[in-house]
Design a protein around this ligand. Structure first.
Ligand code: HEM
Length: 150
């Protein structure tokens, strides 16, 4: 069922993101480790990008867990449901990773790697919205409609 991978993947990514938050707390407040100069000051761009990666790594997986069950209920062709599922998951994994890349390798920021996963996640959400608007309310809200044939 399409949405199951979003719930599983979302929870795995969420656990990873909290581990990332714990790693940030080693240098963020009373530093336990000496951070590299680029992470020294709170509003240095690499540090801001790491914070943004952290927030994206929490919220986008949470949205996967929330939206995963809905993917199987909406009236979309099976292929579109599969695309929706993968766009949301790839976006949730790819955006934090791309932001960390831009933070650690400032030269990479010039080709904007975070753009692609951000667009992927937005497309996945738009596809799901189209499906939701094509689906009667009762079907959208009841779990029993899961696994709907195309
Ligand atoms: C184990 C759980 C978490 C840990 C250890 C953690 C750790 C951190 C640390 C160390 C910072 C500061 C980084 C810096 O100063 O550059 C931070 C910032 C932030 N975290 Fe988390 N975090 C956790 C969970 C969450 C959750 C669930 C959210 C919800 C979205 C969240 C949202 C944020 C936001 C918005 C910021 C930026 C705040 C600001 O601008 O100062 N964090 N986190």
């Amino acid at each position: 069922m399409s949405g199951a991978r979003n719930v599983r993947g979302g929870l795995a990514l969420l656990a990873l993101s909290l581990a990332g938050g714990l790693a940030m707390s080693l240098y963020a407040f009373e530093p336990l480790v000496e951070p590299p100069p680029a992470l020294d000051r709170y509003d240095d761009l690499p540090r801001r990008l790491l914070r943004l990666a952290h927030v994206a790594a929490v919220m986008l997986p949470l949205l996967n867990v929330l939206l995963g069950p809905v993917i199987g209920r909406v009236r979309l062709p099976a292929t579109s449901r599969e695309w929706t599922s993968w766009l949301l998951l790839v976006g949730a994994a790819g955006l934090p990773a791309a932001l960390v890349l831009e933070a650690l390798f400032p030269a990479a920021a010039s080709w904007h790697p975070s753009g692609v996963p951000a667009i992927a996640f937005a497309l996945g959400t738009a596809l799901l919205a189209v499906g939701a608007w094509r689906t009667p309310g009762a079907e959208l809200l009841t779990a029993s409609a899961a696994g709907r044939a195309a």
